[in-house]
Design a protein. Structure first.
Length: 390
């Protein structure tokens, strides 16, 4: 009765079962995996956010496949103000989420069973999105050498006649690594040689540990490029469900892509009028929320590095941006078993590396947006457990 594309294994894994049991017991836990900004103690301007929806124009239905021009102009203004890049509002398409944007792009580029190349390690959501769109994901590697880099040898090996796009996460989740400028040049050359597109997820773009802003791919015109972002991370408002994609590249390819994407978007018209009318005020919330998050991320990262300085067999891998950090550890047990031990004996929740397709055991992932005192307490407990288990 059901399609093969939804034939996922839905039984809870050992990690999830252990977490549910501990939570059911009432044992206190420090969650070092938190990813929901609305639950980590940020100071939101509630009045401004709610007032944004008091727009009587939202009572009118004015469907626009790409999204209301006023909202798309606000996206263009954001790139001009924050990244000094001129973006044509007509190259912007609004969606309810980056997940929806991925579905549009996969449908635009891929026939059933054609391929998109994805980085490993990276975010596991891509597997589900690809399954639902009948797309095959083919991994290429990121390697670590005092920073993360694209393994271009593995990328070239992954390219086939069925490849339609190379997917990048900039900065990557969870490694926190930005795509380097010299890598961009190689990627553009590969795309031109193989007639494939770039899909670039930039939801964490603004969260650089350095003061200087990082370059966005919306300025990339050397290959057909789809750049994705949204309110969820940019303005720490995941509940508002507005995202966008910007299409750039050679003129003919870009125009054809936009024409086809407009038909796809027009088929669904999924965005609400109220969210689009409120969008300028909602996106403006980044100006007060990003500084809070950046301050927290930088403080937590500093504490993590200083805490691990004297701990043998455990090191934080270099992070350039984003909301997460990766710990490389020397342990005899698997990442999953160690994560369960930390829940059971230290009262700390972390993610095992295999959640993000690390190639082998020896990695834990923690969130840098946890409240600072919780983060410090959690890291202290984690390190105490690691020291006692040696």
């Amino acid at each position: 009765m059901f399609s093969q594309r939804t034939g996922w294994k839905l039984t809870p894994n050992k990690y999830t079962q252990a977490l549910e049991e501990i939570r059911s017991s009432g044992k206190p836990l420090i969650d070092l995996t938190i990813s929901n900004p609305t639950e980590c103690g940020l100071a939101y301007d509630s009045k401004a956010i709610l007032d944004a929806f008091q727009n009587t124009n939202a009572l009118n239905y004015e469907p626009d496949a790409k999204g209301l021009l006023s909202a798309r102009q606000e996206v263009a203004r954001y790139y001009g103000e924050e990244h000094s890049i001129t973006v044509d509002p007509n190259a912007v398409i609004l969606t309810t989420s980056t997940s929806e944007a991925y579905s549009y792009i996969f449908r635009l580029l891929c026939n059933p069973q054609e391929e998109v190349l994805v980085p490993k390690p990276s975010y596991p959501l891509f597997d589900f999105l690809a399954d639902l769109q009948d797309v095959e994901l083919i991994p290429y590697s990121l390697h670590y050498a005092h920073g993360w880099f694209i393994d271009f040898e593995s990328l070239r090996r992954a390219l086939t006649s069925k490849t339609r796009a190379i997917l990048l996460v900039h900065p990557n989740n969870p490694t926190g690594s930005y795509v380097k400028s010299e890598e961009v040049q190689q990627l553009n050359a590969l795309c031109r040689e193989n007639n494939v597109a770039l899909i670039v997820d930039e939801v964490f773009l603004d969260y650089s540990l350095e003061i200087r802003p990082r370059r966005s791919f919306v300025g990339n015109h050397d290959a057909l490029t789809f750049t994705l972002s949204g309110l969820s991370k940019t303005a720490a408002l995941p509940q508002m469900k507005v995202a966008w994609m910007v299409t750039t590249g050679p003129n003919t390819q870009t125009q054809t892509a936009l024409e086809r994407l407009e038909v796809i978007a027009d088929t669904y018209l999924s965005l609400s009028s109220s969210a689009q009318r409120a969008f300028p005020q909602l996106l403006a919330q980044r100006k007060t929320l990003q500084p809070q998050l950046l301050n927290r991320i930088r403080n937590n990262w500093t504490y993590l590095r200083s805490s691990l300085r004297e701990i043998l067999g455990c090191e934080p891998l270099d992070v350039e941006g984003g909301w997460y950090a990766v710990l490389r550890i020397c342990q005899k047990v698997s990442d999953e078993d160690l994560s369960i031990e930390l829940m059971q004996h230290a009262g700390v929740i972390v993610h095992p590396g295999h959640f993000y397709d690390f190639p082998n055991d020896g990695y834990l992932v923690v969130s840098l947006i946890s409240q600072e005192q919780d983060f410090r307490n959690g890291i202290d407990k984690l390190l105490k457990h690691l020291a006692s288990s040696k």
